[in-house]
Design a protein around this ligand. Structure first.
Ligand SMILES: [Zn+2]
Length: 282
């Protein structure tokens, strides 16, 4: 995607961004008529969705940012990386093209992670984490987050602030179209991205719940900086709690991480199928 991401951090400051190439092509052929252009956009989105099997995995934290640390000294940055490699291998065996925002232990800023996914035109973005509510050692289980301006509950808010939340973004302006048309395009794009993120969250929660312990109300939302792409459906998976001794022990095992990987692969499969049906029926 050809977005500049500066506007995401500079709340209130308008930036100029370019439309994705497939949108430009769809819009180039005719003068603006909302109905006609909307159906061209849907057709272009459908072609785009059919071809694009690139999954970007984002292993949380890294380098100087360890993330949460368990009582048994397990670092979130390490377990996020191991779980991401497990997921990568599982997805690649399933025929997906996979890239990672980091493949080793180094620091990547949050905006750089979103930029990476957009630069490579990812079909979907999966951020992998483990969380903590220390000193509470009782709360445990997996949960899945989408971006929203207001957190679904106090725990989601707390977790988002640990994972680096950001405030409300300003809307971008688009090159080559009037501000009014730009606003409609942005809202079309971000609405469909949001719907697709929620659909992916639903599949991820369903698939994980069949193989690992889940947090109560596992589908939550909050202002996670890495989930802000207006163009790429994005979710953040909190695989388990490092503040809970059983969860920390489970995260150390290959068997647990492989259950997470297989569940997420099943969720991505189901999401691609559901999405193609939905677009085909527009
Ligand atoms: Zn994290």
């Amino acid at each position: 995607m050809v977005f500049s991401r500066r506007f995401l951090l500079d709340a209130g400051v308008k930036a100029t961004i370019s439309l994705p190439l497939w949108m430009q092509t769809a819009l180039a052929a005719t003068p603006w008529s909302r109905h006609e252009q909307a159906s061209r956009l849907r057709a272009a989105a459908y072609r785009q969705g059919q071809q694009n099997r690139l999954v970007v995995i984002d292993p949380g934290h890294g380098g100087r940012d360890p993330g949460c640390i368990g009582k048994g000294r397990l670092f979130e940055k390490d377990i996020a990386l191991s779980a991401s490699w497990d997921l990568r291998r599982t997805l690649e065996r399933g025929g997906y093209h996979v890239m990672m925002t980091r493949e080793r232990d180094f620091f990547v800023p949050l905006q750089g992670r979103v930029d990476f996914a957009e630069k490579h035109h990812a079909a979907v973005f999966l951020s992998i984490h483990a969380n903590s509510v220390a000193p509470n050692t009782v709360v445990r289980g997996a949960s899945v987050y989408t971006f929203a301006e207001h957190a679904s509950d106090p725990l989601a808010q707390k977790i988002a602030s640990l994972e680096n939340s950001v405030e409300r973004l300003s809307n971008p302006t688009f090159k080559g179209v009037s501000p009014q048309v730009g606003e409609i395009l942005f809202s079309l794009m971000s609405h469909s991205t949001k719907v697709e993120s929620l659909l992916l969250q639903k599949h991820a929660v369903g698939a994980l719940a069949r193989s690992v312990d889940m947090l109560q109300n596992p589908a939550r939302h909050a202002t996670f900086a890495v989930l802000q792409s207006a163009a790429i459906p994005s979710i953040l998976v909190e695989t388990a709690f490092l503040s809970n001794p059983e969860d920390e022990a489970a995260l150390r095992t290959n068997a647990f991480r492989e259950r997470i990987a297989q569940s997420m692969k099943n969720a991505v499969d189901a999401w691609f199928i559901a999405k193609q049906h939905a677009v085909a029926n527009l």
